[in-house]
Design a protein around this ligand. Structure first.
Ligand code: MN
Length: 284
């Protein structure tokens, strides 16, 4: 199943390039009392909601995805976890770049570990990217993003994929410079998630997925998830050895080689096999 949020956080199911509005299913989520759970209530309830979503979609009019504003398919994630350098060719590129200020940051992922992006940085495909600190260079990074479906801690890589609700295309937009990653990668709109969530049962194992990103029609990044240094299961094993992972937490799995600057007016097209494609504008 492909699920999206659009416009004023309407819930949609995406099938054959059409969205059907199934927002009434969200009423099935019981209201919470303070203090609220730290998870994303929609993702936490997804197993119960999926049959209701399928039933609600029947007979609904088809809406063209180009006619709506696509929002983040996970509206309230508790954590945005990200892998720093997780493709060998990107590691080589980062080490060779004379403009890499904080060379100490560029090490193997097993040594560097993971980092967090602010949840306020979250944006959907329809929101676009608003450049922060326009005098500085911001780069595009396309990544496969895995959305956690159930609470877990200390899971093995063998069990890890069973904790995934689904997958999205992630863009880990980054200001280049010497500060901590969590600062440079967390301005508003610098954590793109979209265009929709493809549930894990529909996508299958996240291996062999070709990913690519172009800017103004020119291809900048192309890679395959088979070339990840730590695969999705290993990343979740690693992350869950530090953090309790909760429904809706997002794991950005790292970007391949070819990162480059984005400027106002640029149009980014990002695509990943079995997920789809999204087009985003960049503005100041
Ligand atoms: Mn990244």
């Amino acid at each position: 199943m492909r699920l999206c949020f659009f416009d004023d956080y309407r819930l949609g199911v995406v099938d054959n390039d059409a969205i059907r509005d199934v927002s009434e299913v969200l009423d099935e989520i019981a209201p919470q009392r303070y203090p609220f759970a730290r998870d994303d209530a929609f993702i936490a309830h997804l197993p119960q909601l999926m049959p209701k979503i399928a039933a609600a979609a029947e007979g609904k009019p088809a809406i063209a995805p180009t006619r709506v504003r696509l929002r983040s398919p996970v509206p309230n994630p508790g954590k945005l976890i990200a892998a720093p350098v997780n493709y060998q060719a990107h590691l080589d590129e980062a080490i060779a770049d004379p403009g890499t200020f904080a060379r100490a940051h560029v090490r193997r992922i097993q040594e560097t570990g993971l980092f967090l992006k602010a949840t306020s940085a979250l944006a959907g495909a329809g929101d676009g990217i608003v450049l922060s600190h326009p005098g500085r260079r911001s780069d595009h990074e396309i990544e496969l993003a895995a959305v956690i479906g159930r609470r877990c801690k200390n899971v093995s890589k063998a069990e890890a994929l069973s904790c995934v609700a689904g997958y999205c295309i992630g863009l880990d937009i980054t200001i280049r410079g010497p500060e901590e990653r969590s600062l440079r990668k967390s301005p508003d709109s610098y954590a793109v998630l979209g265009p929709w969530l493809v549930t894990a049962d529909e996508l299958g194992p996240p291996s062999g997925l070709q990913l690519s990103l172009s800017v103004n029609g020119e291809e900048r990044q192309r890679a395959n998830t088979d070339d990840l240094i730590l695969g999705v299961g290993e990343l979740i094993e690693f992350a869950s050895s530090f953090y309790t992972l909760e429904p809706g937490d997002v794991v950005y799995t790292g970007t391949p080689e070819g990162v480059g600057p984005i400027r106002p007016g640029d149009v980014i097209v990002a695509r990943i096999d079995r997920i789809g494609e999204m087009t985003l504008g960049v503005r100041e």
